[in-house]
Write a protein that binds this ligand. Structure first.
Ligand code: FES
Length: 129
């Protein structure tokens, strides 16, 4: 239990907050809590972690489960890439989650893009689409 609380605190420290989204239309986070250029980590009803982004163009999100072998993918703002910690595959969240580099430097075509999660703005909230 203490570990779970510590991990949630660590995630909140990195991403500001974390929420759980259950079904289409479910509120994820207030729009005002995610600045343009920012991101927000949340959890889907099936337990999968996801990360949403807000840009001038709108909001979009991806599951953060690597398409190579299920590793956890984290966003690095400095490189603007989502990178898997297991074999270092990288994905571009600003280009539909496409693969930039495959596992351990292999060709990008060896794995699929990150699965997107439909999200949208509904009033003052970002919700599942
Ligand atoms: S599990 Fe992500 S690169 Fe291998």
């Amino acid at each position: 239990m203490a570990l779970r609380v510590a991990m949630a605190s660590a995630v909140a420290a990195v991403f500001g907050s974390q929420t759980t989204a259950q079904a289409s239309g479910t509120r994820i986070v207030r729009l005002s809590k995610v600045k343009v250029g920012g991101s927000h980590k949340f959890q889907l009803a099936n337990g999968a972690s996801a990360l949403l982004f807000r840009t001038k163009a709108g909001v979009f999100a991806y599951q953060t489960i690597c398409t190579h072998n299920g590793g956890s993918v984290e966003y690095f703002a400095a490189s603007k890439l989502m990178v898997c910690g297991v074999h270092n595959a990288s994905f571009d969240p600003l280009a539909a989650g496409k693969v930039v580099k495959g596992p351990d430097g292999s060709a990008a075509t060896t794995i699929r893009a990150l699965p997107s999660v439909k999200v949208k703005v509904a009033g003052a909230w970002i919700v599942l689409g």
